[in-house]
Write a protein that binds this ligand. Structure first.
Ligand SMILES: NC(=O)c1ccc[n+]([C@@H]2O[C@H](COP(=O)([O-])OP(=O)(O)OC[C@H]3O[C@@H](n4cnc5c(N)ncnc54)[C@H](OP(=O)(O)O)[C@@H]3O)[C@@H](O)[C@H]2O)c1
Length: 262
């Protein structure tokens, strides 16, 4: 895992949603090893208990982020048990690959509920608490898949685009309130989420590498963290392409499974 991080002094309590696996779990372990109290949330109680057992600095708050009342209860319990939340990493997410031919409305609704409403639910307790303290940092995990529509990401990409728009909409207000906001837009990461994919995933990074980049990025608190560099270039470039050129580019990608999900 490497040496502990030199974290900002005001990171005493961190809340991570989607912490039972993948990058949420890895970031929880790394922050706990650096001396921060880490509250971890997800639905898988057993996996959260394993995380608790791995570090005395980790405490589990099982939660389905779709449930607004439960989200308030979890945030209240964290503040009561550990202290005010200094950094919230809103990371819970689901990936339901589908094409127009395999379109499934229930999966689209679920992706929207978890990936987007899961974040807006968490904002409900976080914003008033952080604004009242004029302190705190909210980090929302989106994806470069939110930059433009992607065929196999019919259920997923729109939720990530919505998160980017949400962050852009919140940022100016939160600047005035001295609350930091960061949108995290990774490319492909080798986590349980991407294990189901059979299409090529260019520039994929390991979970450990992604966690390291996210933590180091959050320490600097920019508006956006986007990585790896080659995916950043490709994604930023695709974002400014006119439609004809963009769809031409999409057509060059493998067509049997569709192009991409990040
Ligand atoms: N892997 C990639 O290539 C990639 C790229 C860009 C962005 N991302 C984003 O990174 C984030 C983490 O993904 P990952 O790759 O680490 O995938 P992962 O290993 O599948 O982790 C997803 C996490 O979300 C949690 N989750 C799912 N539904 C939930 C719900 N209703 N309530 C609470 N927690 C829920 C899962 O826990 P439970 O199932 O226990 O609830 C799990 O802890 C996601 O937002 C994903 O979209 C991933």
């Amino acid at each position: 895992m490497g040496a502990p991080y030199n974290l900002p002094a005001d990171w005493k309590v961190v809340w991570i949603t989607g912490a039972s696996s993948g990058i949420g779990r890895e970031i929880a372990l790394r922050l706990a090893a650096s001396g921060v109290k880490v509250a971890v949330s997800a639905r898988s109680v057993e996996k959260l208990r394993e995380l608790e057992a791995a570090s005395p600095s980790i405490k589990a708050y099982p939660l389905d982020v779709v449930d607004l009342a439960a989200t308030h209860a979890a945030a209240d319990a964290i503040a009561r048990d550990l202290g005010p939340i200094d950094l919230a990493l809103l990371n819970a997410g689901v990936w339901h690959p589908m094409s127009a031919v395999t379109y499934d409305a229930a999966s689209v609704t679920n992706a929207l509920a978890v990936n987007y409403t899961g974040v807006t639910n968490a904002l409900s307790p976080l914003l008033p608490a952080m604004i009242a303290r004029r302190a705190g940092h909210i980090a929302i995990v989106s994806s470069v898949a939110g930059y433009r529509g992607l065929p196999v990401a019919i259920a997923y990409a729109p939720t990530k685009a919505a998160l980017i728009s949400l962050a852009e909409s919140l940022y100016p207000d939160l600047l005035d309130e001295n609350v930091k906001l960061t949108i995290v837009n990774p490319g492909f990461i080798d986590t349980p989420m991407t294990k189901v994919n059979t299409f090529p995933m260019p520039f994929m990074v390991t979970t450990e590498d992604a966690a390291d980049r996210i933590i180091k990025g959050l320490i600097k608190a920019p508006f956006e963290i986007v990585f790896p560099f080659r995916m950043k270039l490709l994604a930023k470039f695709s974002r400014v392409l006119p439609y004809r050129a963009y769809f031409g580019f999409i057509n060059t990608l493998p067509s049997d499974e569709g192009p991409t999900k990040t």
